[in-house]
Design a protein around this ligand. Structure first.
Ligand code: PRX
Length: 643
């Protein structure tokens, strides 16, 4: 599609950290001499002892992934201490509250002091290197402080998004046996409050590993405190010194765990380690956003997701950036909110999700045009495929054709961005994540794992490691090998499908496994199914994704009731509420279809291919149904499709 090629702008290229020549040189160097390339790039972080061994990777057998393994560092030092002399008084975090009247600015020096105080308090509570700490906080400065305080003392943080239910919180705490929970009285979003402490109390009934809870007073709402276990953040940190000796960490010591959904079973604890992750966070944040010192950078994600980890906290702070943290939502108090915040804080780089763009598109151009947006220089997209219409609207209306768009493809597992244009080096195509970053080696393989050349379509894999790659699934290394390295021998399988055009550009087509992407939130259909069948009236359930204008994908549930139970509107509502309670509001079903029977093969396997087609209203092309045990159930489902 040469017509759609949007060339790099000369004025961007002239000042970019990476232009076309440099991009070519880096790509060649990273391929020819990976050790030399990454030895040099590793200098971006502050080492207590620089690594002599660079890469030790084997994607076969037990799967070994180690980078910089004899290096010693502390992530919080790279994000804080080393900036104090040069930019101690520079703002590190701009906090913008849900309420437009509330905001705050925290300098690198303030942030360092706050991190040290909390780190000391945690040490005093007995938290030591290797302990797991669960963080269940809203988008407040304390969330970043808590992450960095864990890093300071070598504790492994595991953040659980505030939109997860008590059950989801409990299962994540239990899986990694967290010793401490850091939460808040309540969160605030779109003018409503989120009962975090109440949720936490409910979760903790089943979490004996938690010895202490630190509670941030955020809204001031009344919450019960349990004597001996619960401590107010303000009280416990107030007397602590503003200095704290950082724990020396091996490059391969864990930095954090983040739970994410897969196609089967319960969520997996994706484990990232310290050295490689920090190098990757810094490298990708600087290159992809073409970050220049002094710029104001805003990623609208929540720290509960990997995007918040790498591109609100670790990447920007490692690079000495000013990072904006936003507590609110795009449409509160009005649909101009994003652009008002851009003007208020003179944001230069803005990074959001396609679902937000699509939602704002519905309200037309006026709410955008009301704001100046002159400060904007680079726009980013993440989380799901961005449809060309949304891309072009983002480009024309939000960026006024002045700002390059970086459509960044990556995953919780990859730690940071792998495929994306660089603003000064890669021509863009609306809807394409374009080309791999230097040092990233994607390929497209067929069902048998044959690497396909040229313009083609198939399964997206990575042929070799990069420093930010996850190292294991917490507590289950066998599942790690099984999940990512057994489908195609010797390759990392992403779970995504992709097309590559004649220019070598990648177009991500979405998941090829039983994972669905709802508003950029990743969900396993198996998890929603097990929530549904846990309801007393449900015999069986099958969940698939359906196309959704705003969310990208919606959640479509086929439900078979137990004998004697009657479908009703009341029961439908009850099931929606049930799933929200079991998993969290982010897993709200969009459609529930009563299914007297499900299409199964004679061996009892549900044929999801057919269910996906019915949900998508593509009933003309159901394909071969002759292998079904009872083909008549399909006719019934087509007749009674919802929506
Ligand atoms: O399907 C891809 C989609 O999101 C998945 C990863 O989800 P998660 O681990 O939650 O991380 C989201 C933030 C990185 C991928 O397997 N995805 C992410 N970014 C893009 C994307 N699909 C298309 N284009 C993208 N830019």
């Amino acid at each position: 599609m040469p017509d759609d090629l949007i060339p790099v702008k000369p004025e961007i290229a002239a000042k970019a950290l990476v232009n076309k020549d440099r991009y070519r040189a880096m790509t060649e160097a990273a391929a020819k001499d990976p050790e030399g390339f990454w030895r040099k790039e590793a200098e971006r972080v502050a080492w207590i002892k620089p690594p002599s061994r660079i890469k030790n990777v084997d994607f076969t057998g037990d799967v070994t992934i180690r980078w910089f393994e004899d290096g010693v560092l502390n992530a919080s030092v790279s994000c804080l201490d080393r900036h104090l002399a040069s930019r101690g008084d520079q703002v590190a975090i701009i906090w913008e509250g849900d309420d437009p009247k509330s905001d705050a600015k925290v300098t690198y020096r303030d942030l360092h002091a706050r991190v040290c105080r909390l780190a000391n308090a945690m040490r005093r509570l007995g938290v030591t290197k290797g302990d797991r700490v669960c963080i269940y906080l809203p988008m407040i400065v304390e969330a970043a402080v808590a992450m960095l305080a864990c890093a300071r003392i070598g504790a492994i943080h595991s953040i659980v998004f505030g939109g997860f239910s008590p059950d989801s919180l409990a299962s994540r705490i239990q899986d990694s046996e967290c010793a401490l929970l850091i939460t808040a009285d309540e969160g605030r979003r779109g003018g409503r409050s989120v009962p975090l402490k109440t949720n936490a109390d409910e979760a903790l009934r089943g979490c004996p590993s938690i010895r202490n809870v630190i509670v941030v007073k955020n809204t001031g709402g009344a919450v019960p405190m349990q004597e001996g276990r619960d401590h107010w953040y303000e009280a416990i940190t107030a007397q602590e010194p503003a200095a704290c000796e950082p724990e020396p960490m091996g490059a391969e010591d864990p930095l954090f765990i983040l739970y994410t959904s897969g196609s089967t079973g319960k969520p997996k604890g994706v484990l990232h380690t310290t050295g490689g992750y920090m190098v990757w966070a810094s490298y990708t944040h600087e290159l992809v956003f073409d970050y220049h010192p002094g710029e104001i950078y805003w990623c609208t994600a929540d720290v509960g997701w990997v995007t918040g980890h790498t591109y609100i906290v670790y990447g920007p702070l490692a690079n000495g950036a000013t990072t904006l943290m936003f507590e609110g939502v795009p449409n509160y108090p009005s649909v101009s909110r994003f652009w008002e915040v851009v003007d208020k804080h003179q944001v230069n780089i803005f990074y959001t999700a396609p679902t937000a763009i699509r939602a704002l598109m519905r309200d037309g151009e006026a709410p955008v045009r009301k704001a100046s947006r002159k400060s904007l220089r680079v726009l980013g997209s993440v989380g799901e495929p961005i449809n060309p219409e949304a891309w072009l609207w983002y480009y024309r209306v939000v960026g006024e054709e002045r700002c390059p768009i970086v459509d960044t493809w990556w995953q919780t597992e990859t730690g940071g961005i792998l495929i994306s244009p660089l603003p000064g080096a890669v021509d863009q195509k609306p809807g394409s994540a374009t080309l791999p970053l230097p040092g990233v080696f994607p390929a497209i393989v067929d069902g048998e794992g044959q690497v396909l050349e040229g313009a083609t379509e198939g399964n997206l894999v990575l042929l070799d490691s990069w420093p930010g790659q996850m190292r294991t699934i917490y507590g289950d290394h066998a599942r790690f090998g099984q999940t990512y390295f057994s489908t195609f021998k010797g390759m990392y399988f992403t779970g995504d499908g992709a097309r590559r055009d004649a220019d070598g550009y990648y177009w991500i087509t979405g998941r090829v496994d039983d994972v669905i992407n709802v508003s950029g939130h990743r969900m396993g259909t198996a998890e929603i199914e097990s929530a549904l069948v846990a309801h007393a009236k449900v015999a069986e359930a099958a969940v698939v994704g359906m196309p959704h204008d705003l969310k990208g994908q919606g959640i479509y549930c086929y439900v078979t009731l137990k004998t004697g139970e009657e479908p009703s509107e009341a029961l439908r509502k009850e099931l929606v509420a049930w799933v929200r309670k079991e998993i969290g509001p982010i897993a709200s079903p969009d459609a529930i279809q009563w299914a007297p029977g499900l299409p199964k093969t004679r061996s009892g396997k549900i044929m999801r291919r057919i269910l996906r087609k019915i949900a998508a209203n593509e009933t003309e092309s159901l394909g071969d149904t002759s292998t079904l045990a009872d083909p008549s159930v399909v006719e019934e489902l087509v007749q009674n499709r919802v929506g």
